[in-house]
Design a protein around this ligand. Structure first.
Ligand code: SF4
Ligand code: SF4
Length: 90
């Protein structure tokens, strides 16, 4: 038997913001640490029936991973957009 952990995915300016509600305890640390005030409480409930977070100001998200790194429960995963390679001058 395998355990499946569902994630909710949001497109943000510089990448993808994933949250795993089953891991989120609603501590709010990620919200406090985000340097751009991107995150706010969500209607989606987490592990203890507390709100999870979502990137409401997604256009401000720089995919810096501060929220991911500050979450004590690994409930956030940021995927950065890959930079397009510039063609070198010939
Ligand atoms: S990746 Fe950075 S800017 Fe985006 S929500 Fe997380 S802390 Fe905020
Ligand atoms: S830091 Fe992690 S556990 Fe705390 S509210 Fe944010 S996502 Fe949930």
């Amino acid at each position: 038997m395998s355990l499946t952990i569902d994630k909710i995915t949001f497109k943000v300016k510089k990448g993808i913001f994933n949250i795993f509600p089953q891991l989120c305890k609603g501590c709010g640390l990620c919200k406090e640490k985000c340097p751009h005030g991107v995150l706010d409480w969500s209607d989606e409930l987490g592990l203890y029936g507390t709100p999870t977070v979502e990137p409401i100001y997604s256009e401000e998200c720089t995919a810096c991973k501060m929220c991911e790194n500050s979450c004590p429960d690994c409930a956030i995963k940021i995927e950065r957009k890959k930079k397009e390679k510039k063609e070198k001058d010939k």
